[in-house]
Design a binder for this molecule. Sequence first.
Ligand code: MG
Length: 159
Amino acid sequence: MTKIRIGNGYDMHRLVSDRPLILGGIEIEHELGLLGHSDADVLTHAIMDAMLGALSLGDIGHYFPPTDPTWKGADSVALLMQVDRLIQAEGWTIGNIDSVVVAERPKLKPHISAMRDRLSTALKLQPNQVGIKATTNEKLDATGREEGISAYAVVLLVA
Ligand code: MG
């Protein structure tokens, strides 16, 4: 009988003027970027937390602490691949991922297919196993004021 586990993840990073904007492993042209110790890829972080959460393995702060200089400027997709190895070592594989990025600007729709390609390749999945959606916050709250970008993810693991 197939065993299944589900996990969810959430992350938010602040938008600042002197950083590149990286989402789903793709650099997106924008006048603001996300602030963080790593590349601050909020979508990839939410997915990693969902993967870890599915197995009650804690969160990414435990594995890649922001106090550790090793992870300064880190490519979050490389961290994602490490988390993937961790869940595989526990005997699990990803059934599918679904996620949503909440950003007032820029328009993310033109970049979603590239994000799915980058993340599915890194995780050795088919692109149709990696759902990425984008929405705005209708100008409400911090995200709507373009103070930050947030992301939510759920991951189904199968064994
Ligand atoms: Mg983060």
